[in-house]
Design a protein around this ligand. Structure first.
Ligand code: ZN
Length: 124
């Protein structure tokens, strides 16, 4: 099934995905730099037992943010690849078209609202 998106809509979504890719890559680079600094600080503070748990939490939070951003960046890159390949905008579950309105909100969406909803309900 061919994607029902117009060339203009595809161009708009591609621009948004490319913008998002750049933003995420920049934020990830920033956070990785921050983590390196936190790790150095942690080494310096290792003897100060009182401060140790606090440093651990900061590192954990940074790690969680990096993981979320890395996962989103991967999804954005995959969406750009699908856009090149021609299967972009097609639901991975039911092969139905993902409405343009949904793609505007979430350009890396893999499933239509119905299938995404069913998946989330099953996961709970
Ligand atoms: Zn679907």
């Amino acid at each position: 099934m061919a994607t029902p998106l117009t060339a203009g809509q595809r161009a708009q979504l591609e621009a948004e995905l490319t913008r998002r890719q750049g933003e995420l890559a920049r934020r990830l680079a920033d956070h990785r730099g921050g983590l390196t600094r936190a790790e150095r600080a942690h080494e310096l503070l290792e003897q100060e037992a009182d401060n140790a748990p606090e440093r651990e939490n900061e590192l954990g939070l940074d790690g969680a943010i990096i993981e979320i951003e890395a996962r989103e960046l991967a999804a954005v890159r995959q969406a750009l690849a699908r856009l090149q390949g021609g299967d972009y905008g097609i639901c991975a579950e039911c092969d139905g078209a993902i409405p343009f309105g949904r793609l505007q909100v979430e350009p890396w969406a893999l499933r239509c609202v119905k299938c995404e909803g069913a998946r989330e309900a099953a996961g709970r």
